[in-house]
Design a protein around this ligand. Structure first.
Ligand code: BTN
Length: 313
């Protein structure tokens, strides 16, 4: 291999998030061994979970964002209905509210699923909360980890963020809505906090009771669970998951700090309503907040986070 080939190979590995070291014999090696997901194993697990054969998937080593990848497929005229993109690394992963979603390569789960719904985006109210319920219950039954939900879209475990959901909807009039649902779950402990938002984070290896299942099994459980739920979503909506969401809600009956441009205030969490909005007892009556209006955090925990982007559900 000539010097420029080596340089190109090193540049590619670096762009894929891999740390490379040169040893005393001038050989280049990975700083840490990696265990990529195996596409045959993933395919088998996806069959077991019920995601295949109706669903489709693409497993990548590196991409800017799995959600952006699906969007590009749709922009080029391809149907992304039931198409999942999984990637071992994202160079420009996106979180809610324009935040970044970073993670070491080959250590986490980062996937997006495309779905086309009949009707306008209004019919998808509460969709991301329903997905949270399915994913929380699926991971809990697979790993024993006590997963809870932080309204509207965070997977939570023992007071720390385990993962997040970003649902983006693109409507063409009232007839159809294309949704891209992006899910990130921390599997391995991070050397640095992978989020840029001042959250405390955790991961499944730290939370799992017993050995953590292979990432292929976890990804398949997520895709199998959510695709089964998506098939029914237009007929039963978030209302079917409301009771379970409120059982998993970290804010329920807790003192919450509400932050807005006007300042901070304390309220008590009353759970979500059928539309996926959040109910609060502010002391002088009940108040309903929609994702996008306010930042909610537990009063004894500084986990604040403001919601705004209208395209996000
Ligand atoms: C959040 O908690 O802010 C939502 C995070 C969503 C991250 C996932 S990772 C896979 C998919 N691709 C992205 O660029 N973002 C989502």
């Amino acid at each position: 291999m000539c010097a420029s080939d080596t340089e190109n190979a090193l540049r590619t590995l670096h762009a894929d998030g891999l740390a490379i070291e040169e040893n005393h014999r001038n050989e280049f090696c990975l700083r840490e061994p990696v265990s990529p997901m195996d596409s045959i194993r993933l395919k088998n697990a996806l069959h077991q979970s019920g995601y295949l054969p109706a669903g489709r998937f693409e497993l990548l080593d590196s991409v800017d964002s799995t959600s952006s990848w699906l969007d590009r497929q749709a922009q080029s005229g391809l149907s992304i209905h039931r198409l999942a993109c999984l990637s071992e690394f994202q160079s420009a992963g996106r979180g809610r509210r324009g935040r970044h979603w970073q993670g070491a390569p080959y250590k986490n789960i980062m996937l997006s699923l495309g779905w086309e719904f009949a009707g306008s985006a209004n019919t998808l109210a509460g969709l991301s909360l329903s997905l949270g319920v399915v994913i929380a219950d699926g991971i809990q039954s697979l790993t024993g980890a006590p997963i809870r939900l932080k309204w509207p879209n965070d997977l939570w475990c023992r007071n720390r963020k385990l993962g997040g959901i970003l649902v983006e909807a693109f409507s063409s009039g009232l007839a159809t809505t294309r949704a891209i649902m992006g899910i990130g779950i921390n599997i391995c402990p991070a050397e640095v906090n992978p989020l840029d938002a001042g959250y405390s984070v955790t991961d499944l290896i730290s939370e799992c009771v017993g050995p953590v299942p292979a990432r292929e099994e976890i990804a398949a459980a997520v895709l199998g669970g959510i695709s089964e739920r998506l098939e029914r979503f237009l007929s039963d909506g978030f209302a079917a998951d409301l009771k379970r969401f409120n059982e998993l809600d970290i804010f329920l009956n807790q003192e919450i700090c509400l932050s807005s441009a006007q300042g901070e205030r304390i309220a008590v969490g009353l759970g979500a309503d059928e539309s996926g909005a959040y109910r609060l007892n502010t002391g002088d009556g009940e108040r309903i907040v929609n994702a996008g209006e306010l930042s909610l955090s537990l009063r004894d925990n500084s986990l604040s986070h403001t919601e705004t982007r209208s395209q996000e559900l």
